[in-house]
Design a binder for this molecule. Structure first.
Ligand SMILES: [Fe+2]
Length: 188
């Protein structure tokens, strides 16, 4: 990671540090962080300039097979991480949920978020995934969520790269991913 991008999120990191010092449950932590996420967000250009070279392609941020995530900061005590998620036009995440709470700020582009709920299993049948609405997210929009009930899929529906800044309540480098599970497309 370049020192430029580390510097560009230093104010944000300090603000998150302040509001996560006090003990809280996941929804409270996510809301508190969302409340300070508009402070000193990096620009899209700063994030793109700070991408490390992709080991598969040798080109920064150009691995076409997967959503690009760039860890911008991991708090030394493991209490939170700051990650930029970058999607190419038309690219989408898998349907997934998360290992911990998250606060998200869009900083570039246009994304569509589809939400899903997992219906309770019953009478010997497994739980079924059901669509639960969608919304568009533009730069300046901030949201917070905490498991359970956090199953979603994000698609870049704009004409250029979309970038969001995500704060997760864990050390994503150590855990390996913010994703807890992925889900198959729900049947109609
Ligand atoms: Fe997600």
């Amino acid at each position: 990671m370049s020192s430029l991008i580390a510097t560009s999120v230093s104010g944000l990191v300090e603000a998150v540090r302040q509001v996560t010092r006090r003990p809280s449950n996941w929804p409270e932590a996510a809301d508190r962080v969302a409340g300070v996420l508009d402070r000193r967000l990096p620009s899209g250009a700063e994030v793109l300039a700070g991408l490390t070279t992709d080991p598969l392609t040798g080109v920064p941020g150009q691995d076409p097979a997967r959503v690009r995530s760039q860890v911008l900061h991991v708090e030394p005590d493991g209490s939170f991480s700051v990650v930029a998620l970058i999607l190419r036009p038309g690219q989408e995440t898998e349907i997934h949920d998360h290992v911990t709470w998250c606060a998200v700020a869009m900083i570039q582009g246009l994304e569509r978020e589809e939400r899903f709920v997992l219906e309770e299993p019953g009478n010997g049948t497994p739980g079924r995934l059901r669509s639960a609405g969608l919304s568009l997210s533009r730069p300046g929009e901030i949201c917070a969520f905490a498991p359970p009930g956090d199953i979603h899929r994000v698609t870049n529906v704009g004409s250029g790269p979309s970038i969001s800044i995500n704060v997760y309540g864990t050390d994503v480098a150590r855990v390996g991913s913010s994703v807890r599970r992925v889900y198959a497309e729900p049947e109609e």
